[in-house]
Design a binder for this molecule. Sequence first.
Ligand SMILES: Cc1cc2nc3c(=O)[nH]c(=O)nc-3n(C[C@H](O)[C@H](O)[C@H](O)COP(=O)(O)OP(=O)(O)OC[C@H]3O[C@@H](n4cnc5c(N)ncnc54)[C@H](O)[C@@H]3O)c2cc1C
Length: 306
Amino acid sequence: MEPEHDVIILGAGAAGLAASLYTTRAMMNTVLIESLGVGGQLLITDEIENYPGFPEGVKGQELAQMMEEQTTRFGTVIEYTEVEGVEDFDKPVKVVHTDSKTYTAKSVIIASGGSHNKLGVTGEDELAGRGVSYCAVCDGNFFRGQDVVVVGGGDAAMDESFYLSGIVNSVTVIHRRDELRATRVLQERAFNNPKYKWLWSHVVEEFVGNDVMEAARVKDLKSGEVYDYPAAAAFIYVGFHPNSDYLKDLLDMDALGHLYTDIHMRTKLPHIYACGDIRADSTRQLGAAVGDGITAALAAFHDLNG
Ligand SMILES: Cc1cc2nc3c(=O)[nH]c(=O)nc-3n(C[C@H](O)[C@H](O)[C@H](O)COP(=O)(O)OP(=O)(O)OC[C@H]3O[C@@H](n4cnc5c(N)ncnc54)[C@H](O)[C@@H]3O)c2cc1C
């Protein structure tokens, strides 16, 4: 059977978009499959200050739109559907099953990135969209002038809380440790901002509210005290997990599900590549995801064309 495409790219985040730009420009018949929105994590990133070429910084959504325009101009077809399973990845015709259609190709580039971890506490699912959020850029405006909390102490928590500080009355960072993990520059920006309050060595035990969120039930890990901390919203940034469930037992991966590749982004199976945040040892940076995508596309081209 002759496959429909030269390459299927799974995920239209920065890595998948960069890969598709190179495969279509190399005249490879490319389909890019995306389940949510083109841009992936870019869509939930406010300001990006460290992507080369933008001295004033760039908004994540704007960059995603530019990347989409650039790749579709060269012929990338983007299909909105969710990959649910794959088949025959060790055979010449690779098969990808989505919730609406089955695709076949000579090669596959896996670029399905990662998703936010949940806290797993009572009220988190019940109040999701009614106060509990994982995306300040998407939902921050609903809480203009109100008091909100941010859970976490890494780069994402600091980046998103800074965005919120321009909208809300106050932003309280709840962190289980007594120091942040975030990069120094992001820490200092937060410490110098009067909108910030800090609950060090605290964890969230529950989100409380009838119809909408009213408080975070927190525990002081040092004193053991549990109390309700009033807040209109909670923005949760407690890490990511790779979106690789649909590949289970097929490719080599680490304990968290990140895929192992060589430096050309080749996995252990022929004509199957992985790039971006889904990759083990990824630096989880935009520039790196773009570089991975380009490397994967070039490897796919060379492997098909000898
Ligand atoms: C809040 C935040 C701020 C950040 N700030 C910066 C920064 O300032 N500088 C920087 O360099 N980096 C930053 N990053 C990191 C950077 O955004 C990521 O490293 C990069 O975007 C990863 O791109 P990716 O394409 O590998 O993955 P993703 O962006 O995760 O894209 C994966 C895509 O695959 C799709 N997908 C997943 N599963 C499926 C499926 N089964 N079927 C179909 N599609 C699927 C997803 O919907 C998604 O669109 C930030 C990240 C976050 C979250």
